[in-house]
Design a protein around this ligand. Structure first.
Ligand code: ADP
Ligand code: MG
Length: 676
């Protein structure tokens, strides 16, 4: 007998039932025993005077009127009677359970569980309570094809037969330190608690166990991927030093620090999987440039994947210029879906032959026919814009390159130790010197004319401006129409200054032309949809006007605002909006109040609740059964530390104190195969 027996080992569970239960994710006895209830019904009886309106409760009393059965329509019925509970005569009704009538006898003692209606002194009955002793009933997540009651019975059977097989998984020292229950008691009390307190304690132990096992798996993955897929990138330190010395600016301390972190990762014969977070404008691109140069100087190729064509083009230009400027003759090429077939074929061929040093691309980089000669490093810019799958594809694309993922969206701690648990995080926590705070104002839409007048005054002083129009109702065509309207208006109002229009319907060449003209100050105002959102870097543009700003979330507004304030000139962001909800007002006020992306991320978390914050779903937040990693963050951190500590001990996997853990992990690794 073993907990890993299939549940068909239980009497009365045939192939058919096993199939139904499998839909709940239950295959083995272990699965069943850790299929925990999500709540308990408190069946202990109370008096009506102690019960709130709408509350679920058990009333115990004497039946004071005969039962009446009413049938209405097909299959519908109501059984009603009175129950004298203390001094209150409560009207009880059971809907669609006509057989209840047979159990009602005048003058008999009875306990009924249901929902209390204080106004009518009535109880909508759910079930009759027979057993006196169990005061808490476990309620399980059930499905259409399996009843809650059936799960209760299966769990009870499994526990009866297999309780002796339950051994400890969490090592003894941890159990002692964190005062965890023995596993057998934890499982017992999760399913059959004697009191709410017992259930609570069991849940605490079960949550820790779940978090701890999760973190152990992350550590094991880290160890194995570092061991097996690593390679040493022996970069040329002189080349790097020379490149940094030739930069048109001095690196900030924060940039220097993270460059060191990345370089020392590359040098080690282990696989790098690093996440670089730094606010918009903090200068992540140059860090990527250094890392890629390191890879190239050691004889490898480097790739950088970005979410938009505009950004790809910009990075390709930027990187070429940076390398050129340092006297390096590297071949930087662009690979996007906009490329003509012949040009694409050429790029692919040169890439495979190793003639291209740096390839800059969109998701076009992760197509199956893209092959590298010797890819050493893959950078993923604006990584939160890519799904888990796309990031994984890039990783697998080419013999597991070292990975540097970059994001301006600060990773909440919760995500950092769950979804990003297998990555090491570097942070740029400082902006380049000489940056001025972007002055941010929120105005109502009846001020739009003033805003446009003000823009004209600024244009006369040599400024350039973005005017962002929002996505309307998720419809791209309306979205474009809206942008066109604003464009037509500004084109005449802002004369003699020149206005251009950018939106998703333009071809790539057209887009590029528009961006180039704006970048070269041939046009002074760029009316644009959110295609401009990420990454675009044009220093002379110092004004960002966002129309209908309440249509955007905090993270997006912050990204948009980040398009200005990139040089040393004073920049402005004007949010034009009439938010109709408090949440909308809160967002406008938050953006106007600070330019600190980390503070805003916290605010976003607070306003929206963690589940909704951009990135959490897309980031592939794993699902937990018992614990809630957002609510129980402290516990998750403790579990992480414990897992790191254990796996860093020598011979931990043969230590007999960890025998239960090691065995359990080896038997359950299959469940997590989609991890990488
Ligand atoms: P982000 O982190 O948002 O990707 P970028 O890498 O685009 O930021 O950098 C923003 C701007 O700041 C760019 O124009 C870049 O040339 C400039 N920059 C980067 N590092 C420095 C620095 N240390 N000093 C001055 N300017 C810098
Ligand atoms: Mg960037």
């Amino acid at each position: 007998m073993s907990l890993f027996d299939l549940i068909t080992k239980l009497p009365g569970v045939g192939e058919k039932r096993a199939l139904v239960v499998k839909q709940l994710g239950i295959r083995t006895i272990e699965d069943l025993l850790t299929y925990y209830p999500y709540r308990y019904d408190d069946l202990a009886s109370r008096l009506p005077s102690q019960t709130d309106d709408g509350q679920k409760v058990t009333f115990k009393g004497t039946i004071s009127s005969p039962a009446l059965l009413l049938r209405f329509g097909y299959k519908k019925s109501r059984v009603s009677f009175h129950l004298l509970v203390g001094h209150d005569n409560i009207a009880v009704s059971f809907f669609n359970q006509p057989w209840i009538k047979e159990q009602i006898e005048l003058g008999q003692e009875m306990a009924v569980f249901g929902v209390f209606d204080a106004v009518h002194a009535s109880l909508s009955g759910q079930k009759i309570i027979h057993a006196d002793n169990d005061s808490l009933a476990a309620i399980y997540p059930a499905s259409q094809s399996i009843h809650e009651k059936t799960i209760q019975q299966l769990v009870a059977h499994a526990y009866q037969q297999y309780a002796d097989e339950i051994v400890e998984i969490v090592p003894a020292d941890l159990r002692q330190t964190f005062r965890l229950l023995p596993r057998v008691q934890q499982i017992h009390d999760m399913h059959f608690p004697d009191s709410a307190q017992a259930a609570k304690l069991a849940r605490r132990s079960a949550a820790f166990e779940e978090f701890f096992l999760f973190q152990m798996r992350i550590q094991l993955l880290k160890i194995s991927s570092a061991k097996h897929q690593g390679r040493q990138i022996n970069y040329d330190a002189v080349v790097i030093e020379n490149f940094i010395a030739q930069l048109p600016y001095r690196l900030t301390h924060a940039q220097e620090k993270v460059i060191q972190e990345v370089l020392s990762d590359l040098k080690r014969p282990l696989h790098m999987n690093r996440l670089l977070q730094g606010d918009v404008g903090s200068g992540k691109t140059v860090v990527a440039a250094v890392a890629m140069l390191a890879s190239i100087s050691a004889g490898f190729q480097a790739a950088i994947m970005v979410p938009t064509e505009i950004l790809a083009q910009q990075h390709a230009n930027n990187l070429s210029n940076l390398y050129e400027n340092a006297g390096l003759h590297l071949r930087v090429e662009l690979l996007t879906s906009g490329l003509k077939a012949a040009a694409r074929r050429q790029v692919l061929q040169d890439l495979e032959n190793g003639e291209i040093d740096v390839i800059v691309g969109t998701h076009a980089l992760i197509q199956p026919d893209v092959r590298f000669h010797h890819l050493g490093l893959a950078v993923i810019d604006e990584q939160h814009r890519f799904g888990v799958k796309q990031r994984a594809t890039l990783r697998k694309q080419a013999e597991n390159p070292d990975i540097l993922a970059m994001t301006a969206t600060p990773i909440p701690r919760t995500l950092a130790i769950t979804a990003y648990g297998e990555m090491t995080i570097s942070t740029i926590d400082e902006l380049p010197q000489g940056r001025q705070k972007i002055i941010t104002k929120w105005v109502k839409s009846n001020q739009t004319d003033h805003v446009f007048d003000w823009i004209k005054v600024q244009l006369a002083k040599g400024a350039q401006a973005y005017v962002v129009t929002p996505l309307i109702e998720e419809s791209e065509s309306l979205d474009v129409q809206n942008a066109e309207l604003i464009y037509d208006r500004l084109k005449s109002e802002l004369l003699p200054y020149r206005v251009s229009l950018l939106h998703g319907r333009l071809t790539n060449d057209e887009k590029q032309q528009v961006i180039d003209d704006f970048s070269n100050n041939k046009t002074q105002v760029l009316v644009t949809t959110t295609v401009i959102e990420v990454g675009v870097d044009i220093k002379n543009a110092t004004i960002m006007v966002i129309l209908d700003a309440d249509r955007f979330g905090i993270a997006q507004l912050h990204q948009l605002r980040g398009r200005v304030g990139r040089g040393d000139k004073q920049s402005y962001a004007i949010l034009v909006s009439d938010p109709k909800t408090q949440y909308g007002i809160d967002r406008m006020e938050a953006i106007a109040a600070t330019t600190d992306g980390f503070v805003l991320a916290e605010k976003d978390l607070e306003l929206r609740g963690p589940g909704d914050v951009i990135g959490i779903k897309q980031a592939g937040m794993p699902e937990f059964n018992v614990g809630d990693p957002i609510h129980d963050l402290k516990m998750m951190e403790t579990a992480q530390q414990s897992a790191i500590e254990i796996t860093s001990r020598e011979h931990w996997d043969t230590d007999k104190n960890n025998a239960g853990l090691v065995k359990y992990l080896s038997l359950t690794m299959y469940r997590y195969k989609d991890f990488d």
